[in-house]
Design a protein around this ligand. Sequence first.
Ligand SMILES: Nc1ncnc2c1ncn2[C@@H]1O[C@H](COP(=O)(O)OP(=O)(O)OP(=O)(O)O)[C@@H](O)[C@H]1O
Ligand SMILES: [Mg+2]
Length: 241
Amino acid sequence: MLALDNVTVGYGRASVLHRVSLRVNPGEIIALVGANGAGKSTTLRAISGVLKPTTGSILLDGKSIGSLSPERIAALGIAHVPEGRRVFPAFTVRENLEIAGLALGRPAQEIEEDVKGVMKLFPRLEERQGQYGWSLSGGEQQMLVIGRGLVARPKLLMLDEPSLGLAPNLVDQLFDVIEEIRERGTTILLVEQNANMALAVADRAYVLELGTITLQGSAEDLSNNDLVRDSYLGMGTEELI
Ligand SMILES: Nc1ncnc2c1ncn2[C@@H]1O[C@H](COP(=O)(O)OP(=O)(O)OP(=O)(O)O)[C@@H](O)[C@H]1O
Ligand SMILES: [Mg+2]
């Protein structure tokens, strides 16, 4: 579905990713793990078209998307839920969800169906559908931004650190939801500091270090890899920072 080949990208003249190649097949959950500053968010920004590669190619279903605008790439079916929780504070939960569909020019009835689907996935959002974005808790805001990504009805959903700052019980729920989203047919590219959880749900994973993919393989193999265990597993995020 998605293929990056030798992608180099950065900010201004400084390259952050160096010849990154990765594949995401339909129906997979792919985890991208790595320490702070490794270039995980930059990779997602390159895929969603916010940053343009200086070398290499990005293909979606075999077609090059590397030079398309972010709007065009979103319309082709890639939803990017960025780091941090950016809900629209002055809109209600329901409006926040509807906007995601309206922005893509989708018919009202389809949007309504998808909003219902998101509320089924996150019952808390259904309870709070009339509440303003600014008044939500951090965990509720995180559910809302993921829900907004889903209302775009993407083929590929990219989640950047969805578990960051969530209480442990919410993290468990979140990963259950991620699995459920995949079961409904959406392919997922998951960026996580919580490598334990990410490798537990992912099919395959890539390890990014200083802008270079240094390891890749099945999630199971990587969980058993000594380098991965020493560097990314079995320690709190505070030790990574
Ligand atoms: N807007 C920007 N301008 C310049 N440099 C940037 C910008 N955003 C990120 N960088 C740099 O690019 C590198 C990779 O950053 P990126 O945000 O992709 O890392 P990350 O793996 O997502 O880290 P984290 O786990 O902390 O979110 C870092 O050195 C960072 O300082
Ligand atoms: Mg990041």
